[in-house]
Design a protein around this ligand. Structure first.
Ligand code: ZN
Ligand code: ZN
Length: 327
């Protein structure tokens, strides 16, 4: 017996690895067993294969019903199956309130957001034809997401009991506006979602659905999570790891180097974000990556402008960046 990909990581806490068609091909979700029910943190995509694994894991844990579904953020690999598992007569969905308004425009009524993104790409220097294609690249994702209404909207700092484990909600914006981590003080477990990953630097992008200065928020959130001094970090991608402070230092240094590089590039003259992204990463063939690269470049440009190192010049038709005279 034994469900493939299900392993106990702490007393009554089980990691389940679910298939996804991107990143390293797996997302980790967590089941918390206790009493007459099971609670779940993140739920994978809305695919038959992924849902079958969740159901066999529940079966293995005694066939008890799902009570709470907490979602770290609304990206398809974390939130996709929410509409299947949560809702009236099913589990209660817990979601940070800054994620809630992102769901409909992104996954249900896409037309407005697709048009907004197209205009956003154009003002940031993306050529017309490419902007058309890139703005439509979101459509495919809506097929693997079944949205659900949250039963509880989180602010951050709530104490939740999942299974037998008491956890504090840590609001960690940056990768997504309402991204949350969960921290169990007893045992020192940090469920880090996409905020802190062992092998990848999560995408931090400025775009129409992001917060206005995501990079600063992200770095501040990393410092807060390191200050908790967790014993074990349980990420949504990759294997559990220790030494939060060391990982935060590496991630922070990565962004510092990129900020320096963006400053050097902009010192060559007035540029659009698209021009900066091309100089940073060169031409990318994968459409989704191209858009992520532009948005990541924009997050760095914005952070530098907030710090006064760059000037950001805006009009209805173009956004350009140049060195600040005293930056
Ligand atoms: Zn994500
Ligand atoms: Zn993810």
């Amino acid at each position: 017996m034994g469900v493939a990909g299900l392993n106990e990581v702490a007393d009554g806490v089980f990691e389940l690895r679910l298939p996804i068609p991107f990143e390293d091909g797996l997302v980790n979700v967590f089941l918390f067993a206790g009493g007459d029910h099971v609670d779940l943190l993140d739920c994978g995509m809305n695919s038959e294969e992924s849902l079958a694994l969740i159901h066999s894991a529940l079966e293995e844990l005694g066939g008890k019903p799902l009570r709470k579904l907490v979602v770290t953020h609304i990206h398809p690999d974390h939130y996709g199956a929410a509409g299947v598992l949560a809702g009236p007569g099913a589990a209660d969905l817990y979601l940070h309130r800054l994620e809630v308004p992102l769901v409909n425009p992104r996954y249900v009524e896409l037309e407005h957001l697709v048009e907004e993104v197209r205009r956003y790409l154009l003002v940031n220097g993306v050529p017309g034809e490419e902007a058309e294609v890139l703005s439509n690249s979101q459509r495919a994702l809506s097929q693997v997401v079944a949205p659900a209404e949250p039963a509880v909207q989180l602010d951050g700092a709530e104490t939740l009991t999942l299974g037998r484990t008491e956890l504090r909600v840590e609001w960690t914006p940056g990768h997504s506006p309402g991204h949350v981590c969960l921290y169990a003080e007893e045992g020192g477990l940090l469920f880090a979602g996409d905020h802190m990953l062992p092998d990848l630097s999560p995408n931090i992008g400025l775009h129409p659905q992001s917060t206005p200065d995501p990079l600063h928020e992200y770095l501040e959130g990393l410092r807060r999570m390191a200050a908790l001094k967790p014993r074990l970090i349980l990420p949504a991608h990759g294997r559990p790891f220790t030494d939060a402070a060391g990982r935060v230092e590496i991630l922070t240094a990565h962004h510092r180097r990129r900020l320096d590089r963006v400053r050097e590039i902009v010192a060559e003259g007035e540029l659009t974000a698209w021009e900066v992204a091309l100089k940073l990463w060169g031409e990318r063939s994968n459409l989704y990556e191209k858009r992520l690269a532009l948005q990541e470049g924009l997050a760095h440009l914005q952070a530098l402008a907030v710090d006064g190192a760059l000037e950001k010049l805006v009009s209805p038709v173009a956004v350009v960046w140049r060195s600040a005279p005293h930056g």
